[in-house]
Design a protein. Structure first.
Length: 237
């Protein structure tokens, strides 16, 4: 049974409890109408809470709003007052003489209470959950001296490594001014002046591997030497 059907079933049961309790308390016991209706609505509310917990939401992982009794109590109190007010007013105006007439004037009270519950449940289900999601989750910053390290593996790139370093620094200037940027160039055994050109271009750290061990090895060496909280890599070209 899907959630909507379970919710509707519990609502019907709670309504039946409300109506039957009202008839017994008013017609059989003779309590004043406002006391009888208050007790009937309170009993139906308690039954509704228990049944919703057992039937409507037991397998629903997103039931944070329902696990907050204050929200439910607030909605229940408002709807109870509205129900009692409407029924008591109609009772005083119409003076029903038999139980069938009492049921007829109970209907508007049920409708008003239902609308109020619907509005307040919507607030609890949607507004409250949305507010929870907007609360930032405090996280401990990762270890590192700068915000971002960029690894640039290079092999035989003496003619363009300087341009690459300058482009990276220009593109990430906002990060450099807000947390810091580290550019790490790893010369993977080049026979030209790749390492020297990288240093001349302003790379923060230049590593030189004596033997060409491949791009993966160069990236790994750069990762191990980087000091950024976040580490990324890009090609030299």
């Amino acid at each position: 049974m899907d959630l909507l059907r379970r919710f509707a079933l519990v609502g019907l049961i709670a309504t039946a409890v409300d109506v039957i309790a009202l008839l017994v308390l008013r017609e059989q016991i003779g309590l004043p109408i406002w006391i009888a209706d208050s007790l009937a609505v309170a009993l139906a509310t308690a039954v509704s809470w228990v049944l919703h917990a057992l039937v409507s939401f037991p397998d629903d992982p997103a039931r944070r709003w329902y696990n907050r009794p204050a929200q439910y109590v607030r909605a229940s109190a408002v709807s109870l007052l509205a129900d009692v007010f409407v029924l008591s007013l109609l009772y005083e105006l119409l003076h029903p003489e038999w139980w069938g007439a009492l049921l007829v004037i109970k209907v508007p009270a049920l409708v008003v209470a239902f609308v109020l519950r619907l509005v307040m449940y919507r607030e609890a289900m949607f507004v409250t959950v949305r507010q929870d999601q907007q609360v930032p989750n405090p996280r401990i910053a990762a270890a590192g001296e700068v915000r971002l390290s960029v690894i640039v593996p290079a092999y035989g790139e003496a003619d363009r490594i300087a341009h690459s370093v300058q482009r990276i620094r220009s593109a990430l200037s906002s990060i450099e001014s807000d947390g810091g940027l580290q550019i790490v160039v790893v010369d993977d055994g080049s026979s030209d002046a790749t390492a020297a050109e990288a240093e001349r271009a302003g790379a923060d750290l230049v590593l030189k591997q004596e033997v060409n061990a491949g791009k993966g090895s160069a990236v790994r060496a750069g990762m191990l030497a980087a000091t950024g909280r976040v580490v990324a890599f890009t090609d030299a070209d």
